[in-house]
Design a protein around this ligand. Structure first.
Ligand code: ASP
Length: 329
């Protein structure tokens, strides 16, 4: 049976409020989300697989200067960048992930190389980079990933508390720590990006990519490349997460959504709400995007906002940033 394809994307969740974004910046984010959804919609209409659609959408989010999961990634406490990414094909359960790599221009494409060209699921650090170089994956000089505002963010975090780890886009956390500036103004860009899709054959896929959290210890691995935590897809649902990664790992969020649907028969909305409630109860924050095998989409978050959008078949793409918007999916 031919299905109406669906694509949903996110550019990170956090304390995103109207005061923090100028109207021009807000328009910029909405236009960028819409343009990426349109490209993905065209690809799915042309017969692209869900896997190709999420690869395309996340690599565009990585390249977009507003959603810097690749370029402009946050700094570790040692003033370096360490990128994490994962991709999963729900039909076959094939998956590929990378952690703690640097210089990789499009971590999501590189995660797909791990999936398709290695016998492994998760590769990390120097070994992963040597493997990727040998496979011809595109690298950029480390300076390509350096940005002044990221360095400033790191210095602020370290000045308040040397061991504090900060969600790139969480103004509330920063406020509690006594930050003078709002880390959500247009100068401070998003960290994690993600996509989930169902294609015309009903296949599901998920992809997530991030620079992680500001001031993380070198070697810290977040939820993004942990298959089942920040990224998961099977034949029932595809999930991509954003938020305080340690909590998403502890609750194995992506897989918990899928398990609730598979074993409890839970509806998508009920499954995602129950899982995010647990994240909040534990002290975490963030959100996720998910699409199920019927093409239902859910984009819930327990933070103030989440850069998000979705497109279904030939319908116009819908995007939202703050809580409860008319245009929401
Ligand atoms: N989940 C990511 C991490 O913990 C951060 C984010 O979503 O911005 O690495």
């Amino acid at each position: 049976m031919v299905r109406i394809p669906v694509l949903a994307i996110h550019g990170g969740a956090g304390t995103i409020n109207r005061a923090a974004l100028s109207p021009e910046a807000e328009r910029g984010y909405r236009d960028a989300l819409r343009a990426i959804l349109e490209k993905g919609r065209e690809a799915l209409a042309d017969g692209a697989s869900a896997l190709d659609a999420v690869t395309l959408a996340v690599s565009m989010l990585e390249d977009c200067p507003l959603f810097n999961a690749g370029r402009g990634a946050v700094y570790t406490s040692a003033e370096t960048h360490e990128l994490d990414a994962a991709i999963m094909d729900g039909e076959t359960l094939r998956t590929g992930a990378l952690s703690c790599v640097h210089g990789v221009k499009n971590p999501i494409r590189a995660a797909r190389v791990v999936m398709e060209q290695s016998p492994h699921v998760l590769m990390t650090g120097d070994g992963a980079m040597a493997f990727l170089r040998a496979r011809g994956v595109e690298f950029m000089p480390d300076a390509y990933f350096d940005t002044e505002q990221r360095l400033e963010q790191l210095r602020l975090a370290q000045a308040v508390r040397p061991d504090a780890m900060v969600l790139d886009h969480d103004g509330a956390a920063a406020g509690k720590m006594g930050f003078a500036g709002n880390p959500l103004d247009e100068k401070t860009k998003m960290g994690t990006v993600g996509a989930v899709a169902m294609d015309a054959q009903g296949r599901l896929a998920a992809a997530t990519s991030t620079g992680g959290m500001t001031n993380k210890l070198p070697g810290r691995v977040g939820d993004t490349p942990i298959v089942g935590a920040g990224c998961y897809a099977d034949d029932g649902v595809a999930v991509s997460c954003t938020g305080s990664g340690e909590y998403f790992i502890r609750l194995v969020v992506g897989h918990d959504v899928a398990a609730r649907m598979r074993y409890q028969g839970a509806a998508l909305d009920d499954a995602v709400r129950a899982v995010l409630e647990r994240v909040g109860a534990l002290g975490g924050t963030g959100g996720l995007i998910a699409v199920d095998r019927e093409g239902n989409v859910s984009l819930p978050f327990i933070s103030e906002g989440m850069y998000r959008g979705c497109v279904r078949g030939n319908e116009t793409a819908r995007v939202a940033i703050y809580g409860a918007e008319d245009e929401d999916c």
